[in-house]
Design a protein around this ligand. Structure first.
Ligand code: PMM
Length: 284
């Protein structure tokens, strides 16, 4: 497994796909909004994710669900800092899911070891200059615009080549800002300015993304395209809690394809799936 530079040894020594457990400390994330909004509940949840096999816990304080509005910086900090502090104190590897350089900087200074920005550094002009000052890996997700408007941006000539080209442009910007590219993980941003067919086209051709030469992260867990795939005969989407097995299937297929990491809500089955894929592929 090729890991990004800058990871703690505990993770960079893994010879399998990394499982990132999602911890949204928000009242309104589409998939688990409100469930872990209280700091002590969120901390408990983070510990449970770790016990269930999360290699990294991805803490986010701002919802990115389609249509979501931004929250103030102070609110985001108030949500994530107590959780980051507690998990870091427990020696749990933490990534911070934020579009704000100030939030990323505060969390990294408190021990977060990965920065995950769904905007790939585009939402905040200070993000790239900040990244140039630290050595933590950066997850650069494909992004076309804020959640409030992203559904209107889901038009592509050819989604795979367009996403590859746009991620390529982010890599150029990161390098120009002084961020060493061996730290950068790329992510196609399933569901972000993408409909179900776009997501499936990307998953069908992961080779194209992997040929960009960077570790790849996928976040499919509980997303709408799985609900659409599993809709009932009346066209009712499969509810969130009924999408887990489909997400686990994506983990297995992604791990077998050599994806670096998967970002999931329920980690136990994903952990087992990556162990199966590792045995199936042989040592990487
Ligand atoms: N998806 C969400 C939030 N953060 N980060 C990365 N790198 N990739 C994703 O696909 C991604 C993300 C939205 O999903 P959630 O509400 O279930 O967290």
């Amino acid at each position: 497994m090729r890991h990004p530079a800058g990871l703690p040894r505990e993770i960079s020594s893994l010879d399998r796909t990394v499982v990132m457990g999602i911890l949204n400390v928000t009242p309104d994330s589409f998939s688990d909004g409100g469930r872990w909004h209280d700091a002590s509940d969120a901390i408990k949840r983070g510990r449970l994710l770790r016990e269930a096999g999360a290699d990294i816990v991805d803490v986010g304080g701002e919802s990115t669900r389609p249509g979501a509005d931004r929250i103030p910086e102070q609110e985001e900090l108030a949500r994530v800092l107590p959780v980051v502090d507690a998990l870091v104190a427990d020696a749990i590897p933490v990534s911070i899911d934020t579009m704000r350089a100030s939030v990323a900087a505060e969390c990294v200074s408190r021990g977060a070891c990965v920065v995950n920005d769904v905007s790939g550094g585009q939402a905040d002009p200070d993000m790239l200059p900040f990244l140039a000052t630290v050595s933590a890996p950066f997850i650069a997700m494909h992004w076309r615009g804020p959640s409030a408007v992203m559904q209107s941006l889901a038009t592509y000539d050819d989604v795979v080549s367009d996403v590859c080209r746009e991620i390529g442009a982010r890599l150029v910007a990161l390098e120009a800002a002084g961020v060493s590219l061996d730290r950068v993980v790329i992510d196609p941003g399933l569901g972000f300015a993408k409909n179900a067919e776009h997501n499936w086209a990307i998953l069908r051709d992961l080779e194209a993304l992997m040929s960009l030469g960077h570790p790849l992260l996928l976040g499919a867990s509980r997303k709408r395209f799985l609900g659409e795939l599993l809709a009932d005969a009346d066209g009712q989407l499969r509810p969130l809690e009924g999408r887990e097995a489909a997400g686990d299937a994506i983990t297995a297929l992604a791990a077998a394809a050599g994806v670096w990491g998967v970002r999931v809500h329920e980690v136990a089955a994903s952990h087992d799936a990556v162990m199966v894929a590792r045995a199936w592929r042989g040592p990487a």
